[in-house]
Design a protein around this ligand. Structure first.
Ligand SMILES: Cc1cc2nc3c(=O)[nH]c(=O)nc-3n(C[C@H](O)[C@H](O)[C@H](O)COP(=O)(O)OP(=O)(O)OC[C@H]3O[C@@H](n4cnc5c(N)ncnc54)[C@H](O)[C@@H]3O)c2cc1C
Length: 368
């Protein structure tokens, strides 16, 4: 066999897993698509986000909390190994509520997460006055906000760059523009076929985002992937006014302001639409009226890799042992978990009881 592991896909999920496997001294290859692929890792909002996650599924609330707690050490090691600064800050985060209905829904979700985590998740609901003390520029139309000190943010492009550099440090062979057409299970291993040729490995991890459904079928796994488009716009650089991220508006370390948070079922269309951009811009201006006068410099659409219940899938194929998949949303938030415990679980050096809650069994489909 050419490698111990082939990782299909070199986005944030595949890169985190490959980096984590290579740190365990496995010989790893990453086969990735190219510039025409759908790549959520290059179009996301950069939140390392805990609040609200898993409010309706306790294992996900616990999983996300653990992932966020792993971040400070993960960043220290990644930066130390690669020298790439990734603008990570665990600054806390907020979600603004514009009316009573949003406030009570949010309060309910935050309380559910607290209960699911046995009190490990910390939050406060801030009324308008308390919110304004922290963010003087907030408009009077904002009723209040949920706040958690456990949230943070990062530059997701620098994160991807650091992970790829980390793969290089640990001698991962990265093959760009080598989308896998076909995978064969034979002779106790896995053979990937692409236009560039064939590679083999004892084990394989599918991290190809939206293509995981197709690749999974070749290894007997039914991986239900749901597409969800999000649109984001970005402004010119502004003086600092927002020292923590929010779900809709985030000021980056460079001063630009990211505005986002939309969900659309558009199939495999990662473009933008004026109607949605208008809607997210209007909400941002309701929160910060001065944003109406700033210059927008860019807007884009990107496709989320969702599952039917929005929770991640971690699965080893029953038919093809040694074939795994990691299919998830929130690949930024979960990066520290993927590079650490999940890579060790795939590598076989640790047991992870909580991970069993994320198999495809919950969808009543074939695990392989
Ligand atoms: C608008 C938006 C905002 C988001 N905001 C956040 C956020 O704030 N915080 C957060 O935690 N998450 C966020 N996410 C989610 C996060 O971006 C994703 O969970 C993460 O990027 C998924 O990474 P991935 O590697 O699975 O997928 P991708 O980035 O899509 O990468 C998949 C890779 O697989 C490759 N590939 C595809 N097919 C094949 C094949 N056949 N063979 C080999 N390679 C293949 C592709 O070329 C690609 O590089 C957001 C997503 C979107 C769209």
């Amino acid at each position: 066999m050419d490698y111990d592991f082939i990782v299909a896909g070199g986005g944030l999920v595949g890169s985190s897993i490959a980096y984590g496997l290579a740190r365990q001294k496995y010989k790893v290859a990453v086969l990735d698509g190219g510039d025409r692929s759908f790549r959520a890792s290059r179009g996301n909002f950069g939140l390392v986000w805990v609040q609200g996650k898993g409010w309706d599924y306790a294992p996900y609330a616990q999983w996300t909390g653990q992932a966020a707690d792993l971040w400070p050490q993960f960043v220290a090691e990644l930066v130390n190994e690669t020298g790439v600064e990734i603008d990570y800050q665990r600054s806390g985060g907020m979600h603004f509520c514009l009316n009573e209905a949003e406030w009570s829904e949010r309060e309910h979700e935050m309380e559910m997460v607290r209960q699911h985590t046995g009190g490990a998740f910390e939050y406060e609901m801030l009324d308008h006055d308390r919110l304004q003390q922290q963010i003087p520029q907030i408009s009077n139309t904002v009723l209040g906000a949920s706040y958690s000190p456990q949230d943070g943010h990062v530059n997701p492009l620098y994160l991807l760059q650091a992970l790829q550099q980390g793969m290089d440090v640990h001698q991962v062979h990265y093959y760009p523009n080598q989308s896998i057409d076909r995978i064969e299970a034979k002779q106790g291993g896995y053979y990937t076929h692409s236009t560039e040729g064939t590679l083999s490995a004892g084990k394989i991890v599918l991290c190809a985002g939206l293509d995981n459904r197709r690749l999974g079928e070749m290894l007997g796994m039914e991986i239900p992937v749901v597409v969800d488009r999000g649109q984001i716009m970005i402004t010119e650089r502004l003086q600092p006014f927002l020292n923590l991220p929010t779900l809709h508006v985030r000021q980056t370390a460079e001063g630009t302001v990211q505005i986002g948070y939309s969900h659309e079922d558009t199939g495999l269309n990662d473009g933008t639409s004026p109607s949605v951009l208008k809607k997210i811009a209007r909400r941002a201006v309701l929160m910060f009226p001065f944003l109406a006068r700033v210059q927008l410099v860019r807007a884009w659409g990107a496709l989320r890799i969702m599952t039917p219940d929005h929770n991640p899938i971690y699965q080893q194929s029953a038919d093809c042992p040694g074939a795994f998949t990691v299919t998830c949303h929130s690949g930024v938030t979960l990066a520290a978990m993927h590079a650490g415990p999940v890579a060790e679980w795939i590598g076989g050096s640790i047991r992870l009881d909580l991970i069993n809650q994320f198999s495809t069994d919950r969808f009543n489909v074939s695990p392989g």
